[in-house]
Design a binder for this molecule. Structure first.
Ligand SMILES: [Cu+2]
Length: 490
């Protein structure tokens, strides 16, 4: 099956991985589900267009809309201009740039109105997160030209507190009222604990919401500030949404320590057995600041306290990259009131390592083999959590690096080599016999080569001779095509 190229091969790969859609693919963490991102629209189109046509239109993203990953730091870093929609072709194992195709009618456009829009993510691995940021094409952009940063403007930033993305799925972003017609929004999810981000473009057909934006009202003072999840070194603040707030400033002992867009904040790196006072203020869209909330006090735990609780079980166990010989495991950190000391990692029921990080690369594995992993957390006091949900993953095919035939090397039956661009398989022990000339080598590349009187051919093999193509009916050697009935003309 070496002849499969181009789209046919992509189709074969895609169909083969159809079962992997639920996110155990390498580097597969999330996508914008609503309004549908370009890649997710491809998934939806599989049902209406069928696989082949959807692959043709969208590329391999239709098997993995959650895999559009590239380095963080947009717009200074991140995918190159012209490669923004495909995140540098960042589909993990198969780079492809189909998503970067351009044209005013190339992509399905989602209807939307200017003004406040809600963008909702679907996370398949909700990593800890620093922020999301949104861009839109500038007025006057050219849909026939590759998407480039200089033609995009920032329209929203959602700051997060470094916790899992799962508590921040929907974002309110304002599309400027002067943007109508076809525009592309770029949504970027900056993961906090890897160097990468996820890049999704959304094709919109914008109509005016018909209203002039209301005068910006002053943000209300945040209320119901509460402290929870207190450990020896951290605590969590939560509060109620304040009217007209676009983000919140957090103060510890009257010093500003952070800004978030949601209504929670994890304060970390605190001293144990210490009391802190917190306040939160709301910030409006134009920067106007509310009164500070009522102060709330919290005291961190003392490590002298008896450890009488088990940590939470690790969650979201997944692979960041799977090769033929390795699986790069990652999971969401466990919590415990005194802290988590370490994690035990199990492969097929056997403990293989202990690690302090929430990541472990298992190496030295066999190709095309399914392994099942579980992780347990251990608290500072030595209490062991429940085990995580098992994560099954199959290593990739063995290296398909080309081994070039060498005259002085011994080959055994089944060994495969390349010679002048074609792949051959040894039928039995051999040394020094050129693959294109000797009987011991069987051509496995699906390609028609010239008939050679010294070679044996199995039934079904095709050759060319004097400009014509022949197929052997059965095993033959030395019978000239055209002169022998073993060869059928094709
Ligand atoms: Cu990950």
């Amino acid at each position: 099956m070496k002849k499969l190229v181009g789209l046919t091969m992509i189709a074969a790969v895609a169909l083969g991985s159809a079962g992997l859609l639920l996110g155990d693919e390498a580097n597969a963490h999330g996508y914008v589900e609503s309004p549908a991102s370009r890649g997710y629209q491809g998934v939806l189109d599989r049902n209406t267009l069928g696989w082949t046509e959807a692959l043709n239109k969208y590329g391999n993203v239709i098997t993995n809309p959650q895999s559009l990953e590239a380095p963080k730091g947009f717009p200074a870093q991140g995918p190159a201009d012209g490669r923004i929609a495909s995140a540098n072709g960042g589909l993990g194992q198969i780079g492809d740039y189909v998503l970067d195709s351009t044209g005013v009618d190339r992509w399905t456009k989602q209807p939307a109105k200017t003004g406040v829009n809600t963008f909702t993510w679907q996370y398949t691995a909700p990593h800890s997160t620093s922020k999301w940021h949104y861009y839109i094409t500038k007025n006057g952009w050219n849909p026939e030209k590759p998407l480039a940063r200089e033609n995009m403007q920032l329209i929203g930033e959602i700051k997060h507190d470094g916790s899992s993305a799962s508590n921040n799925k929907s974002h309110q972003v304002t599309i400027p009222s002067d943007h109508t017609g076809y525009h592309v929004v770029l949504a970027v999810w900056d993961v906090a604990d890897t160097p990468n981000a996820f890049y999704n473009v959304i094709d919109l057909n914008l109509t005016s919401d018909g209203t002039t934006p209301p005068e910006e009202a002053a943000p209300a003072k945040p209320t119901n500030l509460k402290i929870s999840a207190v450990t020896t070194s951290s605590l969590k603040l939560t509060w109620d949404t304040a009217a007209n707030a676009s983000e919140y400033n957090i103060y510890r002992d009257s010093k500003k320590i952070g800004t978030v867009s949601g209504t929670q904040f994890n304060d970390t790196n605190l001293a144990e057995n210490t009391t802190y006072s917190y306040q939160v203020e709301a910030v409006g869209k134009t920067g106007e600041v509310s009164e500070k909330s009522t102060a709330v006090k919290g005291t961190t735990q003392s490590s002298a306290v008896e450890d009488n609780e088990t940590p939470t079980a690790p969650t979201n166990l997944h692979s960041m990259e799977t090769t033929a010989t390795s699986v790069d495991l990652m999971w969401t950190k466990s919590t415990h009131f005194l802290g988590v000391k370490q994690y035990d990692v199990y492969r097929d029921g056997k403990k293989i390592t202990t690690t302090t990080a929430n990541r472990f690369k298992d190496t030295g594995l066999k190709a095309e083999t399914t392994y099942s992993y579980k992780v347990k957390a251990i608290s500072l006091g030595g209490n062991v959590s429940e085990e995580s949900t098992a994560f099954s993953v199959t290593t990739k095919e063995g290296s398909n690096q080309q081994t070039t035939w060498e005259a002085d090397k011994i080959y055994n039956a089944g060994d495969k080599v390349f010679y002048e661009g074609l792949e051959y398989e040894a039928k039995w022990w051999t040394k020094g016999n050129r693959p294109d000339q000797s009987d011991v080598w069987k051509l496995t590349s699906n390609q028609v080569v010239k008939w050679d009187t010294n070679k044996a051919y199995d039934g079904g093999t095709q050759v060319t001779y004097q400009g014509k193509t022949y197929q052997a009916k059965y095993w033959t050697k030395g019978d000239q095509p055209g002169a022998s009935s073993v060869w059928e003309i094709r």
